[in-house]
Design a protein around this ligand. Structure first.
Ligand SMILES: [Zn+2]
Length: 286
């Protein structure tokens, strides 16, 4: 009886210890820079990124960016192509190829849109390898008649044509283990920790700002842009769907246009995440 009580007690301690360690791993993963980089940009730089690459981002956001001479980064979970996620239809391979050919970046987001923190390492690596293969297959074909603007800076054995250069953690899930497993594969990895990247940044966990109707309006966007300019920071916006009546993690066309106008009105520099990474000398495994 006493023995059983001890066993139960130990079992509970083990379980709670495991949870604590999990929490510690997440905390360390979020707050300790694993790939520290001193960001010293000559001027503030803005990126527009789209997680999951919904069809509406392709149809609505990409043309707005292009009309302003800008390009965006679309984080594609290749296993979701042509399916739906969070109720939103996700882009097809043809749409991804088209945007790549138009100079946009197609970034990695895992193949199965998995929680990288909870996936065993071998399965995680197999999944992201599949995502990379698929993106390379899609963008290599598209890029044939087209010289991507970032190509010259991406020399190196791992910078194969079309290989995704940046990655966004699905669900923003970042932990020590997932960072260690993934940071060697991409020069830059983006989370959803809020903030403007400036000073000492973590290339394995870049900060981002929501571009959601539920989180921003034109005024708050303007204030963010002014702050980015004052800090000469790297402000990475992220959103999902861009359509009328957007989801809680999406953006209306009006708010998206407002963001682009506020950026253009300030004459601010806009780049894909890959372009900025290449410009600051970030590379795979480095
Ligand atoms: Zn996602």
């Amino acid at each position: 009886m006493r023995m059983m009580k001890d066993e139960t007690g130990r079992g509970m301690r083990d379980a709670s210890l495991k949870e604590i360690l999990h929490g510690v791993s997440r905390k360390i993963g979020r707050h300790i820079p694993f790939r520290p980089h001193w960001l010293n940009l000559p001027e503030a730089t803005i990126a527009f990124t789209f997680d999951d690459f919904p069809v509406s981002a392709y149809e609505t956001a990409a043309p707005v960016l292009e009309a302003a001479g800008m390009r965006g980064t679309f984080y594609l979970a290749t296993g979701l192509m042509g399916r739906t996620e969070n109720g939103q239809p996700i882009a097809t391979a043809a749409m991804a190829a088209d945007l790549a050919a138009r100079g946009h970046e197609i970034g990695g987001h895992t193949h199965g849109h998995i929680n990288v923190q909870r996936t065993p390492r071998a399965a995680l690596l197999a999944d992201v390898a599949e995502n990379e293969r698929e993106i390379r297959r899609i963008t290599r074909t598209a890029a044939q008649p087209f010289a991507p603007p970032v190509a010259p800076a991406l020399a190196g054995p791992l910078a194969a044509p079309g290989r995704p250069f940046s990655f966004a953690y699905p669900f923003g899930m970042v932990s020590t283990r997932s960072k260690l497993a993934l940071m060697g594969r991409y020069p830059g990895l983006r989370g959803i920790g809020i903030g403007i990247n400036h000073g000492l940044v973590d290339l394995a966990h870049l900060k981002a700002q929501e571009l959601y109707d539920t989180a921003q309006d034109r005024r708050s966007l303007g204030a963010l842009l002014d702050e980015a300019r004052a800090r000469r920071g790297w402000l990475i916006f992220y959103t999902h769907d861009v359509r009328e009546n957007p989801t809680a993690i999406g953006c209306s066309p009006a708010l998206f246009r407002a963001a682009v106008e506020e950026v253009a009105g300030r004459g601010m520099r806009v780049e894909t995440v890959a372009e900025t990474l290449a410009r600051i000398g970030a590379r795979q495994g480095g």
